[in-house]
Design a protein around this ligand. Structure first.
Ligand code: NAD
Length: 486
C-alpha cells in the first residue's frame, strides 16, 4: 500500500504522533493509499522551513532566475504528464479526457503564465510638483508577502492548487500547501518535481490532513503564515477568515456558487444545449463555475428540457481509462450522501423529475463507488432548497421565463455570485444582460473558456479578491511606495 507523506523542507517525511488515514477510490470505495496526517508540530516545521527559505537562496534570486525555475517546473510537469494524469484519475475517478485536455495541462500552464506576468509587469510611477519647484518622483516596488498558506479543494485538485502556488512562487513567496484530504496525490507528486528542477528546499511544502483540529486549522492559526489563499466552501471560508483575523493576515477566497444559466429563445439552439450540458454535468457536476439553475425563455422551454434530457441520459458511466465511458463518480461517500439528500428534497418539495434522481446500475466491481445519475428537475418555485442552495452535484433545475427583467431578478436572487452563462444571438441583449447579472465571471455563448490573464473570482458570498494575470499580484505581493525629493 502506497504511503503518501508530507513534504517539508525538500524531504518526504512521516508525521510525528498521528496515525495515517485512508485514501479511498471514488470508483469502488477501496483503500488505494494511506496518507500521513500532519500534526501541529509538522505544520510548524513546514511553516518554519518556508520562513527560513525566504531568507535563503530563494530570497536572493532575481526575477529572471525565478522565472527560469518556474518554466522548469512547468516543463517537468509536462514531461511527467502521464504520472500526473494517473494520480489525478486515481484521486477523483474522473475521465482520462478531462485530465488530459484540461486539468493537468492547466496545472503546467499556471506556472508559465504567472512567470510571464511577473517578468513583464511594469511598476507605477508618479511625478509630483513641490513648493520649491524641483518636484518629487514616486515609484512603487512590489515585494513578496512572505509565507503563503494554500488550502485547496478536491474537485479539480491539481489545477486549483497550482493556480495559487504558481503566482505565489512567481512573486517570490514560499508556500505551505494543504490539499484536500480527498485528493492528496498530485500535490505530493509536485514535491518530486520541485526537487528535480532545483527549487530550493523549504520553498514548497505540503502537509496532509483535514480541516478543523487538523492540518488545515493548524496552518491557518500559525502566526508565521503571512497570508492565506483558500478555495472551497463558503462556510469553511468563514472559519478561515476568523483564524486569519488573529495577526491581521490577508485572505484570498474562491468560494461556493449557485450559478444561473440564461437561455434566450433566439439562442443557437444546439450550441446552447451542448454548452449547458457541459456546464451542468462536467466533472459529474463538481465544478464551482457549473450551472445548477437554468432559466430558459418560454417559447423554447419544452424543446430545451427534452434536448438536455436526451444528452443526460446518454452518459456512459465507467472507469477513467475505459474509452467507452465518459462519466465518473462523485468524490466520496459523504458527498454522495449530500447530493442524494438533495435528490430526496427535490422530490419531497414536489419537483417534476425529468430524468435521474437516483443511482445507476453498476457492474459488481464498481457497485460500492459513489455513482449518481445526472438529474434534471422542473416545476419548483424559486424558494425550493434545490433552487437556492449549492449542491455541487450533476443536477439542475430548469425554469421558464418571459422577460429580461424577470430572469435577471431571478438570477440575482441568491446569496452567491460566482459565474453565469448567457445564450443569445442578440448582441445588444448579451451585453445588457451581462452587465446586470451580479457575478464575478460571465460567459456569453460559451462556458469555462478561460484566458488565464483575466480576473477570476466571485461576487457576494462567492469570494474575496480576484486571481488571474496581474490581479494575482495584488494578493501575492505587497506594494510599497518610494518618494524621492528631486
Ligand atoms: P471544503 O471547504 O470542504 O474544503 C476545502 C479545503 O479546506 C480542504 O482542504 C479542507 O480540508 C480544508 N478545510 C476544511 N475546514 C477547514 C478549516 N476549518 N480550516 C482550514 N482548512 C479547512 O470544500 P470542498 O468540499 O473541498 O470543495 C467544494 C467547494 O469548493 C464547493 O463549495 C465549491 O463551490 C468550492 N469551489 C470554489 C471554487 C471557486 O473558484 N470559487 C473552485 C472550486 C471549488
Amino acid at each position: 500500500m502506497q504511503l503518501i507523506r508530507n513534504f517539508i523542507n525538500g524531504e518526504f517525511v512521516e508525521a510525528t504522533g498521528t496515525t495515517p488515514f485512508d485514501k479511498r477510490s471514488p470508483l469502488n470505495n477501496q483503500v488505494i493509499a494511506q496518507v500521513v496526517e500532519a500534526s501541529r508540530s509538522d505544520v510548524d516545521a513546514a511553516v518554519q522551513a518556508a520562513h527560513a527559505a525566504l531568507k535563503g537562496e530563494w530570497g536572493g534570486l532575481s526575477t529572471d532566475q525565478r522565472v527560469d525555475l518556474l518554466y522548469g517546473v512547468a516543463n517537468e510537469i509536462t514531461r511527467r504528464f502521464d504520472d500526473f494524469v494517473a494520480a489525478e484519475m486515481a484521486d477523483t475517478g474522473q475521465p482520462h479526457h478531462v485530465m488530459t485536455s484540461a486539468f493537468i495541462p492547466r496545472g503546467a500552464a499556471n506556472f508559465k503564465v504567472f512567470a510571464d506576468v511577473v517578468k513583464n509587469v511594469p511598476s507605477e510611477s508618479f511625478r509630483m510638483a513641490t513648493p520649491d519647484g524641483k518636484g518629487a518622483l514616486n515609484y512603487a516596488i512590489r515585494l513578496p508577502k512572505g509565507v503563503i498558506g494554500v488550502i485547496s479543494p478536491w474537485n479539480a485538485p491539481f489545477m486549483l492548487m497550482t493556480w495559487k502556488v504558481g503566482p505565489a512562487l512567481a512573486c517570490g513567496n514560499t508556500v505551505v500547501v494543504k490539499p484536500s484530504e480527498e485528493t492528496p496525490l498530485t500535490t505530493t507528486l509536485l514535491g518530486e518535481v520541485m526537487n528535480s528542477v532545483g527549487i530550493p528546499k523549504g520553498v514548497f511544502n505540503v502537509i496532509h490532513g483535514f480541516g478543523p483540529n487538523s492540518a488545515g486549522e493548524f496552518l491557518t492559526q500559525h502566526p508565521k503564515v503571512d497570508a492565506i489563499t483558500f478555495t472551497g466552501e463558503t462556510r469553511t471560508g468563514t472559519a478561515i477568515m476568523k483564524a486569519a483575523s488573529e495577526g491581521m493576515r490577508d485572505v484570498s477566497f474562491e468560494l461556493g456558487g449557485k450559478n444561473a444559466a440564461i437561455v434566450f429563445a433566439d439562442a443557437e439552439f444546439d450550441a446552447a444545449v451542448d454548452g449547458i450540458f457541459r456546464s451542468v454535468f462536467l466533472n459529474s457536476g463538481q465544478v464551482c463555475l457549473g450551472t445548477e439553475r437554468v432559466y430558459v425563455e418560454r417559447p423554447i422551454f419544452d424543446k430545451f428540457v427534452q434536448a438536455l434530457k436526451v444528452k443526460a441520459e446518454a452518459v456512459k458511466f465507467g472507469r477513467p481509462d475505459d474509452h467507452n465511458a465518459n462519466y465518473g463518480p462523485l468524490i466520496s461517500a459523504e458527498h454522495k450522501q449530500k447530493v442524494m439528500s438533495y435528490y430526496a428534497k427535490a422530490k419531497a418539495e414536489g419537483a417534476t423529475i425529468v430524468t435521474g434522481g437516483g443511482v445507476p446500475d453498476m457492474p459488481a466491481d464498481l457497485q460500492d463507488g459513489h455513482w449518481v445519475q445526472p438529474t434534471i428537475w422542473t416545476g419548483l418555485p424559486e424558494t425550493a432548497s434545490v433552487v437556492r442552495e449549492e449542491i455541487f452535484g450533476p443536477c439542475c433545475h430548469i425554469s421558464p421565463f418571459d422577460s429580461e427583467d424577470e430572469v435577471i431578478n431571478k438570477a440575482n436572487d441568491n446569496e452567491y455570485g460566482l459565474s453565469t452563462t448567457i445564450w443569445t444571438t442578440n448582441l445588444s441583449r448579451a451585453h445588457r444582460v451581462a452587465a446586470r447579472v451580479e457575478v464575478g465571471i460571465t460567459w456569453i455563448n460559451s462556458w469555462f473558456l478561460r484566458d488565464l490573464r483575466t480576473a477570476f473570482g466571485g461576487s457576494k458570498q462567492s469570494g474575496i479578491g480576484r486571481e488571474g494575470g496581474v490581479h494575482s499580484l495584488e494578493f501575492y505581493t505587497e506594494t510599497r511606495n518610494i518618494c524621492v525629493k528631486l
